[in-house]
Design a binder for this molecule. Structure first.
Ligand code: PMP
Length: 816
């Protein structure tokens, strides 16, 4: 390293543990490149064809500019440190591409290609030094302040660190063994520079490095090692206002080293010596270990590695300031953190982090960490097995070949229907996409349950963390159910002030019916002609969508004709006043009117506010309570509001929720008013074992959090409008044979046959189109009394580009 050969450096050449030859220069000892703004703008235009405004940003060793192009796009222009080796830069660029391919959902900044298709170019600075130039997409978000991140955010930080490590574990590059002083495996070489530090700092850093030499270095060679980011500090991980990670930047310290270093560095640099650093390490460790459990030997030295990083920060940054003026400031946070460690003692700190890591890494280890009784041989073997399975990412079922799985399913699950002529064998989901066993990608334009996107990490992490912490029922006091109820009621119509938690939409409607019957003394039920409200004995009675053709309407049920689509003449059923009068006349006083305000089973007919207002008035006049069934249309699907009934202005007596509520985790609820529901609860002793359990409520809270943070309700309106526009465009040439109806991100395309005044439902073609779309990689379904309405109901994490993709596939499917 050049620094080592200059007089006055005062330390020995760093020892390279892998015997890789040291570079001639070191970016840590090389000043930031010099380039004026005009030159930088010139490079941008010449290399990338982009013109725009440049703003200088702080950079520790690179020269950075924020760019806003004339087209309004934002970028980060990086003039890399002249000492950065080209092969090391290529390693970083390759890592970004690798992560993008393996885990597309990770928020990393992509490298923008030059007009010539390269990953960057070169520039000679004003002092004659040569640098690589790279352009990155700009990521939104901000650098959190030291105290800003709460436990949930810190947990998410840890989880993202693990996720990035996972995404990188299959990556290799020949430059990965280059010598970088920030590699904690090389920390032994820092001791020579301890004299640069002042008294107390020198003593603490010396103790940390001493422990590294005796406790860590001898065992580190046996640790899991791979290319890691190696600098997941607060500066390099951008968060949104809720503290959720929205950007991971600066792969400049990336190297091949022990995997656990990523976590140790994150703990050291994110907590940065805040007063509660010692206790706040726990959520970071839990977040990391939920995805990547630590091995026992790694957990045993985690605390010492954190202390080593703090010592390295003190030594290296102090040394750099002795070399050149614009080196980073003295890291006061590192000194404070080491002070906190010294207060509890290095041994106790190490034991504390080891306990946290073991507790978070496997159930067996959790028992050991708590000092519980030794497990029996069999139990400990299976606990270790579970830990190992989790560590390896294994799942408790075996992969099967698709054909064999279809036959096996048929044998044990019977004639349970599968979607599509050729079944889809799914293995993974992410955002609006699903992946099958052959690695084929499908755009999911049908599933509303994963409302915030398949396997959203914020929801998955919250569920994982809670499942390791506590899972109990609502007989015990816990924040989750109370907070969830408060949040649900905050956005609900005024009279609703109570929440009853259950496990499915069917159960919610079943309980709502019991409440209505209890309150009214009646037993009659009103619903729409082709409704679906559930699978239980009571709800099946008013769910004709699933009935066989020869089913008989139960005596206590009457169906009303939904708002008509005048273009399809069909047999019309009775209106509400007539249906309610019939019920009364047959001796069944109406207790409840159930309505899905988006008519998702009746053929997608909403919004139909006037019709809804009138039918509710008439049902109430006959004595019924009004139940808005938001199981399908709720949680933002229709845009404008979380709840579809809001568009009509009607205040329901009861609201039922389910499907999207846990993004796949079973959780459902009934919202009611105390006047109606308190007497019911008192007189029936209402309780549901799983309803409102801590895990379910945690999942639902996480979902609400994502909907809010990602603005998904407004997003549903916007993308819904775009979807409608592109679908209309595709269908325009097909005239009367199609009718499109949409509301937010719910869209129905009715297919008809015939001509002029003689149009009839074209059920066969709807089934064909749906199967062709599946073949083209887009999943949709059908609905409506004749099954001739193609139903598009994607996760709300659906982008305009996804709508475009769907439109292209639809055009092909119709042509086919
Ligand atoms: N109500 C509506 C409007 C529904 O769409 C459904 C499910 N499709 C249910 C109730 C029943 O929900 P679950 O299947 O979760 O019991």
């Amino acid at each position: 390293m050049r620094s080592a050969r200059r007089p006055g450096g005062g330390y020995r050449e760093p020892v390279d543990p892998d015997g890789v030859e040291d570079a001639a220069t070191d970016p840590l000892d090389e000043p930031v490149p010099l380039l004026d703004d005009e030159r930088a703008a010139g490079v941008l235009e010449h290399t990338y064809g982009i013109t725009g405004a440049l703003t200088r940003l702080a950079g520790e060793r690179d020269l950075n500019f924020a760019v806003r192009s004339e087209a309004g796009d934002r970028y980060l222009l990086k003039v890399l440190n002249p000492a950065d080796r080209a092969d090391v830069v290529a390693m970083r660029t390759g890592a970004i591409a690798h992560v993008r391919g393996v885990d597309p959902g990770l928020p990393i900044a992509d490298v923008v290609r030059t007009t010539g298709g390269g990953a960057g170019s070169r520039v000679i600075g004003s002092d004659g030094r040569r640098s690589e130039v790279q352009l990155y997409r700009f990521l939104d978000g901000h650098v959190a302040t030291r105290e800003e991140l709460g436990e949930t955010a810190l947990h998410g930080f840890g989880a993202n660190a693990a996720r990035l490590g996972r995404a990188l574990r299959g990556y290799f590059h020949p430059a990965a063994g280059y010598p970088i002083q920030w590699d904690l495996r090389r920390a032994g070489s820092l001791a020579d520079r301890l004299p640069l530090l002042g008294g107390e700092s020198r003593r603490l850093a010396g103790e940390a490095l001493g422990r590294f030499g005796t406790r860590v270095a001898p065992v580190m060679g046996a640790f899991r090692a791979q290319i890691v980011h190696n600098d997941l500090s607060r500066d390099n991980v951008l968060v949104d206002d809720a503290g959720e990670v929205v950007g991971i930047v600066d792969f400049g310290d990336m190297t091949h080293t022990a995997l656990v270093c990523d976590l140790a560095i994150a703990i050291a640099d994110v907590l940065d010596g805040r007063a509660d650093s010692l206790e706040k390490a726990r959520p970071m460790i839990a977040g990391y270990c939920a995805l990547t459990p630590l091995e026992d030997a790694e957990a045993a030295v985690l605390g010492d590695l954190v202390a080593t990083r703090l010592a390295a920060a003190l030594v290296l940054n102090t040394w750099r300031r002795t070399r050149h003026r614009d080196a980073p400031a003295y890291p006061a946070g590192a000194e404070e953190f080491l002070g906190l460690v010294a207060t509890v003692g290095f041994d106790e700190f190490s034991a504390l982090l080891e306990r946290d890591a073991l507790a978070a890494s496997s159930p067996g280890a959790a028992a050991r960490a708590r000092g519980g009784p030794p497990a029996t041989a069999g139990a400990s073997a299976s606990a270790a097995g579970a830990g190992a399975a989790a560590a390896a990412g294994a799942l408790p079922y075996s992969a099967r070949e698709t054909g064999e799985l279809v036959a096996a399913r048929r044998r044990v699950l019977g004639p349970l229907a599968l979607a599509y002529g050729t079944p889809v064998h799914l293995v993974r989901g992410e955002g609006a996409y699903l992946f099958d066993a052959d690695g084929r990608r499908y755009l999911d334009a049908y599933n509303n349950v994963p409302v915030v996107g398949h396997c959203h990490p914020a929801v998955a992490d919250a569920i994982a963390a809670q499942s390791r912490l506590l899972v109990t029922n609502t007989r015990y006091l816990h924040e989750a159910s109370v907070e969830l109820a408060e949040r649900l009621l905050a956005g609900a119509p005024a009279p609703l002030d109570r929440v009853l938690f259950v496990n499915s939409g069917s159960e919610a409607n079943d309980v709502a019916l019991r409440i209505a019957r209890h309150a009214t003394g009646g037993d009659g039920i009103l619903a729409t002609r082709h409704a679906y409200h559930g699978v239980t004995a009571a709800t099946t009675d008013f769910s004709p969508e699933e009935w066989p053709a020869d089913a008989v309407i139960p005596p206590h049920v009457r169906f009303v004709e939904p708002p008509s689509d005048a273009r399809v003449p069909s047999e019309r059923g009775p209106g509400m006043a007539e249906a309610a009068a019939e019920l009364v006349a047959s001796g069944h006083r109406p207790a409840a009117y159930f309505l899905d305000p988006a008519f998702t089973s009746d053929g997608i007919l909403g919004p139909a506010s006037d019709w809804v207002v009138r039918s509710v008035d008439e049902a109430r006049a006959a004595g019924a309570l009004f139940v808005a069934d938001e199981v399908q249309a709720g949680f933002g699907r229709t845009g404008g509001s979380l709840w579809s009934i809001a568009a009509s202005g009607v205040e329901p007596d009861l609201v039922t929720l389910g499907k999207p509520m846990g993004n796949g985790f079973p959780v459902a609820a009934v919202l009611a008013s105390s006047a109606i529901v308190d007497p019911f609860m008192r007189e029936t002793g209402y309780f549901s074992t799983f309803g409102g359990n801590t895990l379910a409520c945690t999942a639902a809270l996480a979902v609400l959090g994502v909907i809010e943070r990602e603005g998904l309700v407004a997003h549903a309106s916007e993308v819904g409008r775009h979807l409608r526009h592109v679908v209309d465009e595709v269908l325009a040439p097909h005239g009367d044979l199609h009718a499109v109806r949409s509301w937010g991100l719910l869209c129905g395309i009715e297919l008809r046959a015939g001509s002029g005044g003689d149009l009839r439902p074209d059920t066969a073609r709807a089934a064909l189109v749906v199967n062709r779309l599946r073949d083209h990689g887009v999943l949709v379904g059908t609905t409506g009394p004749s099954g001739n309405v193609v139903k598009i109901r994607p996760p709300l994490a659906f982008a305009p580009a996804d709508a475009d993709l769907l439109a292209t596939a639809l055009e092909r499917a119709l042509r086919d």
